[in-house]
Write a new protein. Structure first.
Length: 387
């Protein structure tokens, strides 16, 4: 057993014990039930969180939203991430999840940097308003306590380098009863560009001392995860883009935190089999072969990263419209190709570039919520997507 392995014991999230201190980050259009099932097949000891669910849509029992909160019968803890800008709606959504026994864990999204979310004061813009942040967290924690459903908080460092909120928000979340706090160590202005500031994770861990602190950002391998825990002292890692087209990363992470040097390095045949399984799960999830096959398209380039597959085959795969077509195209690959090593490693997913964060007019004028902004954010809860 390595010295690093002792740095990250199982992760307590309220009444739950997560065997491997690893959390799948909610990603819109990615972390649906099909992808979570695939990841669990490689590592069943992590915590797998749903796509972001909008509180208003949940309260209104939007059919698509009700489908998104469904879990496999053997999925535990059943984890749902809520997005809200309004304490009353957040409370009502949490109450539905808890009273109807639809979740064992609720995560709150205060990290989404998408303009259509921050423009309404939501996601990574919301913690700037201290009282609103406390009100949303407190309301959901209170509802969770009805059935001992722990609530965690996911956030960013802040809006930009001049408007950092994470240390204050971490303490506020702890005081409001959150079971853990996670920080994506970038600002909203950075989006997914540049390098994650792991020093910020260490500072949050030193500041928030009564509940677990999780680090998120630039974990592309088990070695990255071990280094993050070693350098920051955080209690676990949140993995997002690192597992795109690579669900076996959760096997590597479990092995790494257990002190094992064993890592999965699948050849193209195993990768193709995984991709095919993913597509089948998506077809089942959507209840429609065409929708399921359209959904797998965005994953193709991630799965094939670094592998020898001609441009023409990649293009055809990106237009696949049936499982039979997928089988035919996968069968045309050089399935004996081994794991390509370095070309398959490292960042995946779009990094984007730094940008000005779109906010409600006058949002940065005060840390407190004005009556006008309160009315604006309460009215803003509509069906969003984000990450």
């Amino acid at each position: 057993m390595t010295a690093l392995a002792t740095l990250a014991p199982p992760l307590p999230i309220g009444r739950h014990t997560i065997g491997s201190p690893v959390v799948l980050a909610p990603m819109a259009g990615i972390t649906n039930r099909a992808f979570r099932r695939l990841c669990r097949e490689y590592g069943d000891s992590a915590l797998y969180v749903s796509e972001m669910i909008t509180s208003r849509a949940l309260v209104e029992r939007n059919a698509e939203t009700m489908r998104l909160i469904e879990h496999d019968p053997d999925e535990h803890p059943r984890s749902v991430q809520l997005y809200s800008t309004d304490p009353a709606t957040a409370r009502a959504a949490a109450r539905l999840l808890v009273v109807e026994d639809r979740a064992d864990h609720i995560d709150l999204n205060f990290g989404c940097p998408v303009p259509k979310v921050t423009r309404k004061g939501g996601g990574s813009a919301l913690p700037w308003k201290r009282d609103l942040f406390r009100a949303v967290v407190g309301a959901v924690v209170e509802e969770g306590a009805r059935r001992d459903v722990p609530v965690t908080v996911k956030m960013r460092k802040g809006i930009d380098d001049e408007h950092l909120t994470y240390l204050e928000s971490g303490l506020a979340a702890q005081e409001e009863g959150a079971a853990a706090v996670a920080v994506h160590a970038r600002t909203a202005a950075q989006a997914y560009s540049g390098t994650a500031d792991w020093v910020a994770i260490r500072l949050l861990k030193e500041t928030v001392t009564e509940v677990p602190v999780l680090g998120n950002g630039d974990v592309w391998s088990a070695e990255d995860a071990l280094r993050l825990v070693d350098e920051t002292g955080c209690d676990g890692v949140v993995v997002g883009r690192g597992c795109l087209g690579r669900p076996w990363l959760f096997a590597d992470l479990a092995a790494g935190f257990a002190g094992s040097p064993v890592r999965l390095r699948p050849g193209l045949r195993e990768v193709a089999d995984t991709m095919r399984r993913h597509a089948a799960y998506l077809v089942e999830f959507h209840g429609d072969e065409d929708r399921g096959c359209r959904d797998i398209r965005k994953h193709i380039a991630w799965y094939l990263k670094g592998f020898p597959a001609g441009g023409e085959v990649r293009s055809q795969l990106a237009l696949v419209d049936s499982l039979a077509a997928l089988d035919r195209l996968l069968g045309g690959l050089d399935l004996d190709a081994p794991w390509p090593g370095e070309p398959a490693e490292g960042p995946r997913g779009r990094a984007g570039s730094p940008r000005r964060v779109v906010l409600p007019d006058g949002w940065l004028d005060s840390r407190e919520l004005s009556a006008a902004h309160a009315a604006e954010v309460a009215a803003a809860e509509e069906h969003h997507s984000g990450g």
